[in-house]
Design a binder for this molecule. Structure first.
Ligand code: AMP
Ligand code: GLY
Length: 419
């Protein structure tokens, strides 16, 4: 079989790794890929934004199944283009991808289908939003409606911060048209968790749990990042009562909503949750796999990913039972000097031969498979399985220590928790 993975991060690198494990003979392409993905797949130098060219490539090369990593191509409608041409692809269509592409759309969906979430209001102009400030108690949350690379969410403590935030989002258009509307939300406190599910329109099948570390530095200090490490399973979501609550209060109504709205959703739904004192609430939806969650979930998935993805595509997910390794998996992000602010690039990466069988998932890298250079803030993820979380952690850190590039740094406290 021939598979095309769209994207260029460590998440896509982990998808390729799993496909290779499942089907050693498979022909793998990554579009556009990065220096490290060239070790496992053939990189395709086409921009994912050039959707007709991507579909042309899939058609000409007789790709059996295309898997989309990041949200942008989904929100821009790549699935619709593939469908029109009869090409098999995993992901929601453009209208459905609004669950991630518009926070107002997602909140209205949650309200309509009674999915527990923070109270909210949507404002379509700076004046309306400014006027509404007097109705909101601090702290509350201001979100740019559209995609803002995870940076469009502000927790505002006072009026000055709120006015400044609104100016940036709606007047200065810091995130472009993503700031044409804003959502104001009640501030929720509690413990965050994420749940990633396969969806085929008839069935919603959650994966095992994972925990992501979003802040840059140890002890959850510093700026928010794309994620500095992760582990699975996450004991917080292993509680049976919480699992049942999530199924009844969230997964069932989400599926009912997808069906009632006739959404073409054959893909992945990532549900950001807040475990509050008054129950589990949804913070956000994403319509793709998480990064770095994927890097610790796929190594634990015993069921061939391709089998699950074909079931998603053919709407036969009800026939699938996911099998998981009982081992824990821990992933550590190796970052470039300066990340998450301006970072250095172009540093030679040295990976000792004895690491060739280890799980190293490549993100910000360029060059050839033999001569890799750093090219992004999050350069790679080193992952390891272990009988216990502590054993997996020890090994993931050993690999992280062994890899060399100038300025390399990583959080030291990933998966360092009490049970
Ligand atoms: P989102 O992109 O909507 O998930 O928001 C990004 C992050 O902002 C979340 O992971 C939370 O840490 C925080 N956040 C979002 N919405 C809320 C809320 N209503 N209350 C508290 N924190 C929130
Ligand atoms: N790790 C969070 C995300 O992928 O959105």
């Amino acid at each position: 079989m021939k598979y095309l993975v769209i994207g260029n991060g460590a998440r896509e690198s982990a998808i390729l790794w799993k496909l290779r494990q499942d089907e050693p003979e498979a022909v793998l392409y990554c579009l556009p890929g990065n220096g490290g993905t060239a070790r496992i797949a053939e990189n395709v130098p086409i921009s994912p934004g050039n959707q007709e060219a991507v579909a042309d490539f899939a058609e000409k090369n007789k790709i059996d199944l295309t898997i989309v990593g990041p949200e942008q191509p989904l929100v821009e409608g790549i699935v619709d283009i593939f469908r029109q041409r009869g090409l098999a692809i995993i992901g929601p269509d453009k209208a459905t991808a609004q669950l991630e592409g518009s926070k107002a759309f997602a909140k209205d969906f949650m309200k309509k289908y009674r999915i527990p979430t923070a109270d909210y209001a949507v404002y379509g102009s700076a004046e309306a939003a400014q006027t509404a400030l007097e109705n909101w108690k601090y702290p509350f949350v201001i979100k740019a409606d559209g995609l803002a690379a995870g940076k469009g969410v502000l927790i505002v403590e006072n009026e000055a911060e709120a006015v400044d935030g609104l100016n940036q989002i709606m007047m200065a258009k810091k995130f472009g048209t993503a700031g044409d509307k804003v959502v104001f939300e009640e501030f929720l406190s509690g413990i965050e968790a994420s749940l990633i599910c396969f969806v085929d329109g008839h069935t919603i099948l959650p994966m095992e749990s994972a925990r992501d570390y979003k802040r840059a530095y140890d002890g959850d200090k510093g700026l928010n990042t794309g994620g500095m490490g992760c582990f699975s399973p996450n004991p917080i979501l292993s509680d049976k009562a919480i699992e049942a609550e999530i199924k009844e209060q969230i997964l069932n109504p989400v599926l009912a909503g997808i069906q009632a709205e006739n959404m073409d959703f054959r893909g992945i739904l990532f549900i950001g949750l807040m475990l509050t004192e008054t129950g589990v609430k949804v913070l956000e939806f994403n319509v793709r796999l998480g990064d770095p969650e994927t890097e610790v979930l796929l190594p634990r998935l015993k069921t061939p990913l391709v089998q699950v993805l074909w079931a998603v595509y053919q709407q036969k997910l009800s026939e699938i039972k996911l099998e998981w390794s009982s081992e824990a998996c821990v992933g550590v992000v190796l970052a470039a000097a300066g990340y998450p602010e301006d970072y250095e690039t172009g540093k030679a990466i040295k990976i000792a031969d004895e690491l060739k069988d280890e799980m190293i998932f490549y993100g910000g890298t360029v060059g050839t498979a033999e001569h890799l250079l750093t090219a992004g803030g999050r350069v790679m993820v080193t992952a390891a399985l272990g009988k216990t979380r502590a054993a997996a952690r020890k090994k993931a850190y050993q690999i992280a220590e062994t890899i060399c590039f100038e300025g390399k740094w990583f959080r030291r406290d990933i998966a360092d928790i009490e049970d």
